[in-house]
Design a binder for this molecule. Structure first.
Ligand SMILES: O=C(CO)[C@H](O)[C@H](O)COP(=O)(O)O
Ligand SMILES: [Fe+2]
Length: 222
């Protein structure tokens, strides 16, 4: 078994039963709940926002790992805090003042995260590494579930592993997009400590969730 956090993305859940789905992945061994917020502008897809997250909050005590794919971010930070987000992750391309945004997220009582697109270089985190608690490496272009893992992002994960170790800070290194039982071990070997997976967790319905999560950890599935 590999010591890695699993954060199922509810983007692949049944949207008509989101509360039930969250209770099912919690019981199946999820460590966090990954919630993809999309605005149809920063990415070409639409999902949900703070009112939905607030209604989902009572369905699990696990940390809500909220991945914002919206622009702008700043006017909504307090709304996500009130809704119950624990980690709030933003893309540097979503606004002109990433450092201010990360500070505002921490001031609102959440852990700040930064998400790095496949075409964005790792060095973008250098000036803000002391201000983040999570680095999210996108291994697909954001916007949709079910895409294929982009292999070139493994080198970027290795670069982040080195930067985090050198910083001496406790920062979660998370990967998102195209993770399954074949790609997850490669990402773990490259240095991630958390894995987001949507389609690989929710495939097969609720009776499969525990086995799907175990497979991502590298456990044998009976
Ligand atoms: O941020 C995301 C997409 O923008 C999702 O978290 C991600 O794609 C999960 O889906 P899958 O595991 O099916 O690739
Ligand atoms: Fe995500």
């Amino acid at each position: 078994m590999r010591d890695v956090l699993i954060s199922p993305s509810i983007l692949s859940a049944d949207f008509a039963k989101l509360g039930e789905e969250i209770r099912a992945i919690d019981a199946a061994g999820a460590d966090m709940i990954h919630i993809d917020v999309m605005d149809g502008h920063f990415v070409p897809n639409l999902t949900f926002g703070p009112p939905v997250i607030e209604k989902l909050r009572p369905h699990s005590d696990k940390p809500f790992d909220v991945h914002l794919m919206i622009a702008p971010v700043d006017p909504f930070i307090d709304d996500f805090a009130k809704a119950g987000a624990d980690i709030l992750t933003v893309h540097p391309e979503a606004g002109p003042h990433i450092h201010r945004t990360l500070q505002a997220i921490r001031a609102a009582g959440m852990k700040p995260g930064v998400a790095i697109n496949p075409g964005t270089p790792a060095d973008v985190v250098d000036p803000i590494i002391d201000d983040v608690d999570l680095i999210l490496v996108m291994s697909v272009n954001p916007g949709f579930g079910g895409q294929s893992f982009i292999d070139s992002q493994l080198r970027k994960i290795e670069a982040f592993r080195k930067k985090i170790d050198e910083s001496g800070r406790k920062i979660i290194l998370e990967v998102d997009g195209g993770l399954n039982s074949e790609t997850a071990p490669r990402a773990i070997d490259a240095g991630v400590t958390a894995i987001v997976a949507g389609s690989a967790v929710f495939k097969g319905g609720p009776s499969s969730y525990a086995g799907n999560i175990a497979a991502l950890r590298g456990e044998m599935v009976s």
